[in-house]
Structure formats: C-alpha cells, structure tokens
Design a binder for this molecule. Structure first.
Ligand code: IMP
Ligand code: ZN
Length: 335
C-alpha cells in the first residue's frame, strides 16, 4: 500500500524493538553499567496493548535510559529513518522533544543538533527517496521556561530543517493555558504549529480545546473527544488532522475497534487528513499498514486510498517545493 507522507511520528516512539535490542546488546557487551533488562523482555514482541497508564512510563523508565548518549541517539535515529523509507514513506516530518543528558554533558541544543545532522545526512544521500524534516515538541509537563527553550531551538535551527512546534506528552497532566504566550511567539516567528488535541476525555474539555484553537494551529493530532461544535470550528479553520488508527485502537483511546475510528467521520470532512503512525516502535503498525487498515475497514478502493494519501500533502509544513515533489510522485502512482 503506498503511504507517502508521514506527518505524526515521535522519534523515540518510532524506534523498533529490534533496534533497541541492538543498542542494549552493544552496550552490555561493552560493559556499560546498564540497569535495564533486554528490550525484548521489557517490551516483548507482539505486545501492543499499551494504554495511557503504561505507555508514557515506557519512555521515562526505559527507552530514555537506554538511548542516553550521542551514539545511541544517532544509531536509533538512523534506524528510524531507514525503517520509514523501507516502508515506502517519501516525506517525513519527524517530531522529538529536546532532552538534555547532563551525565553525558549533552544539552538540549546538542540533542537537536545531533538529530538534525542525521536527518541532513539522510536527505543529502541521493539514493534516499525520503525527505525528512523536524518538528520540536513541547511536553505538557514542561515549565514555561522549558517550553520557551523549545521555541528558541526551533527558531535557531529553522534553516537546518526544523519546520514546526508540537505540544505532546501525557494528556492527563498539565494546564495548557500556561503555554499560550509560548505558542504565540512560535507563530509570530513563522513556525508551524501542531497540537495533540482531545486525546482523552480529560484533555477534551471546552476550556482546553478553546485555548488550543486560540493558538491558531496548522494541524491537530488525534482529535478524538470533540463535540460537533469543535468539529465545525476545526473545519471552518481548515486545520489538518493527523489520525493514528492502530495507536488509538490498541491504547483503547477510542471505544470499539477500527471500524469505529473517527477516521470514518473525518474522511468525509473538507480538511486535510494525514494518516500517521504516532509510535510505530510501540504499536508496530507501519504507515503502509495504516493505509491498508483504513482501506479495509472503510471500504476504500485504490483510487480513494491514493486520493487520501494526496490529501495529506495539503497540510505539510514545508511548502511548495516538497508539495510539487509529492505531486510528481502521486502522478506516477496514478499511471
Ligand atoms: P520523543 O519526543 O522523540 O522523545 O518521543 C517520545 C515522546 O513523545 C514521549 O515521551 C511523549 O511525551 C511523546 N508522545 C509519544 N506518543 C504520544 C502520544 O500519543 N500522545 C502524547 N505524547 C506522545
Ligand atoms: Zn503523538
């Protein structure tokens, strides 16, 4: 199944278990003092039923502790890009939360520079068909000062491939209102904005959704617990929606299964719809599989599936040059 544009993918959540295992094996063989079990035991193959309670600790108590130096960040970032490219993705907007690793003397700036260097090397390799750009994430647990730093880094590294700012993290925590001035500054600086939106009931209150829409976002992720009134506002503001079927089903963020997913509603709307994987390392469904699931459960024929992938290109953050490249690729697929 052709799956050209991947617009909602978290870097650390996209690292495969196989790659985590390789990093663990390498570190263990080199005698690194790791107090972590083998990823294949900690995150067993075939386990995808991570929910809102078990999902976030995977990062804080395991993956961040394993990928905690420049070498493992470089290695895993390369592996993530290779995996997306092998799946047929030709345009990727990868997102990541800048993190410092003080015990390695690594600042958030170093982290972003490290990831960008891998993206740049990938993009400059003429044998790679996928082009990749970066979105920096503010975590809902961040202080205002930390969120300001994310915007500072996004502005600083714009010319090196940062195209937008995201709001992510555990939707059960934090008060998004504190970030209003931060996202206003990002917008004024000309950065695109994407926000995790109404992922769970508690983060789908009118007050939170009003606040998030007041930031004038360009895209919204998940968009699950929204009333008809908010759906109408999203349509009237023509905001692109990033929908993640497997993640929402496996994490039980929606009631029911694939046929009940709100993709069934949004596909009939006028806004750009970008099927995405969110965290393919955790939920194990690559983008091609997500398109296949949409086609299977919503009865899309080949033309409708191709149209869907073209529709996602309407809300990419890079602009006309990449859109034209995608149009050329689409026209080949239609032949
Ligand atoms: P990173 O930003 O590259 O480190 O990717 C992992 C981080 O992305 C996690 O620690 C979460 O904060 C965030 N994340 C991944 N998936 C989700 C999601 O579905 N909702 C909100 N945040 C998420
Ligand atoms: Zn996400």
């Amino acid at each position: 199944m052709n799956a050209p544009s991947q617009l909602h993918a978290h870097l650390t959540g996209s690292i495969s278990r196989h790659c985590l295992h390789q990093i663990w094996t390498h570190k263990t063989a080199n005698g690194s003092p790791l107090d972590l079990e083998d990823p294949l035991i900690a995150i067993p193959h075939g386990r995808v039923d991570y929910d809102i309670k078990t999902f976030f600790p995977l990062f804080s108590s395991y993956i961040y502790k394993l990928c905690n130096d420049v070498d493992s960040i470089k290695y895993s970032t390369r592996a993530v890009l290779d995996d997306f490219q092998k799946d047929g993705v030709v345009y990727l907007e990868l997102r990541t939360t800048p993190r410092s690793i003080p015990q390695q003397g690594l600042s958030k700036d170093d982290y972003v520079k490290t990831v960008l260097a891998i993206l740049q090397a990938h993009n400059e390799n003429p044998s790679n068909t996928m082009k990749t750009f970066l979105i920096l994430s503010v975590d809902r647990r961040n202080t205002v000062a930390e969120a300001e730093e994310v915007v500072d880094l996004s502005i600083k590294y714009r010319s090196a491939g940062v195209v937008g700012v995201d709001l992510c993290g555990n939707p059960a925590v934090g008060d998004v209102r504190i970030f209003t001035p931060v996202f206003a500054r990002a917008k004024t600086a000309g950065l695109n904005i994407t926000l995790h939106f109404a992922e769970i009931q508690e983060s789908g209150t009118d007050q939170e959704l009003d606040t998030l829409l007041s930031w004038d976002p360009d895209r919204l992720g998940h968009v699950i617990h929204v009333s008809d009134a908010f759906r109408a506002r999203i349509e009237s503001q023509h905001i692109g929606v990033e929908l993640c079927l497997s993640c929402n089903v496996h994490a039980k963020m929606i009631t029911g299964s694939f046929p009940d997913h709100h993709f069934g509603t949004w596909r009939h709307s006028s806004v750009p719809v970008a099927l995405s994987t969110d965290d393919v390392g955790v939920f194990c469904s690559p983008l091609s599989q997500e398109y296949h699931l949409a086609a299977t459960h919503f009865g899309l024929d080949r033309k409708q599936t191709l149209d869907l992938s073209e529709r996602a290109a309407d809300c990419i953050f890079t602009g006309e040059e990449q859109r034209a490249r995608l149009r050329r690729i689409f026209s080949e697929w239609h032949e």
